[in-house]
Structure formats: structure tokens, C-alpha cells
Write a protein that binds this ligand. Structure first.
Ligand SMILES: [Zn+2]
Ligand SMILES: [Zn+2]
Length: 128
């Protein structure tokens, strides 16, 4: 594809998938960030054991869902389009889980760059 066509393509892609893209980018500019961080910091201090147990369970579930996603990867990409939902790139596509449940709609397709960026922001949001 020549550069101009590619630009036209991602413009069309953005138009078609605007809602989904906005939903992903919403996470990036969470206005309640400071409050969320403060609350989770206190909660963590007071509930350490409970939280450790929760994360162990969560990890088990995440692993299971990740295996499930990996198994359906081709199908998901075919159904949703093989493009990063942010920039439209076709390179190094990865699947991001908005929520760890068996639901294709909770999976976002992102290029490696945007996937890493999103996780950096998510980490910052939840970090103490
Ligand atoms: Zn991207
Ligand atoms: Zn992810």
C-alpha cells in the first residue's frame, strides 16, 4: 500500500471504529486518577492478606483466559480486523484484555507500541 492509501485507510478505519477507539483512549485520561491511587493505597495497607489471595486467584483466571485468547487469536483478528485500534498499524499486533472474561468484545487489538503505552498508563493509575 502506498503511503497516501494507507493514510486514507486508517482514516476510514478510525471513522468506522470511532467508538471502540474512544473507549480505549478513555482509560488514558481518567480524571479520577489521583483519587483512585489514594484509595487503593489505603485499602492495600489494611488488607494485605486478602489482596494477596485475590491476586493469586486473579492470576489463575488470567492465565486461563489468555490461553483461551491465544487459541482464538486468528479468529479474533479475522473478525475484528488486523489493525491496531489506535493507529491502524498491522505490525506486531497484540491482544489486550479490558476485562478477563470469555468475551471477544473485551479484547482490544493493539500494536506493541500502543499496548505497552496503555499498560504503562494502567500501571501508573493503579500503582501506589
Ligand atoms: Zn498502534
Ligand atoms: Zn494488555
Amino acid at each position: 500500500m502506498v503511503k497516501r492509501d494507507r493514510r486514507e485507510y486508517s482514516r476510514k478505519y478510525y471513522k468506522k471504529n470511532k467508538e471502540r477507539i474512544l473507549r480505549v483512549s478513555n482509560v488514558w485520561q481518567d480524571k479520577n486518577r489521583a483519587r483512585v491511587i489514594q484509595n487503593s493505597r489505603e485499602y492495600r495497607k489494611n488488607n494485605r492478606d486478602k489482596i494477596n489471595k485475590y491476586y493469586r486467584e486473579k492470576l489463575k483466571i488470567e492465565k486461563r483466559i489468555q490461553a483461551w485468547t491465544q487459541y482464538h487469536r486468528k479468529e479474533i483478528l479475522k473478525e475484528r480486523g488486523e489493525n491496531c485500534e489506535i493507529c491502524g498499524s498491522k505490525e506486531n499486533l497484540q491482544l489486550h484484555h479490558e476485562e478477563y472474561i470469555h468475551d471477544f468484545d473485551k479484547i482490544h487489538i493493539l500494536c506493541r507500541k500502543h499496548h505497552e503505552k496503555l499498560h504503562k498508563i494502567l500501571r501508573r493509575m493503579h500503582e501506589s
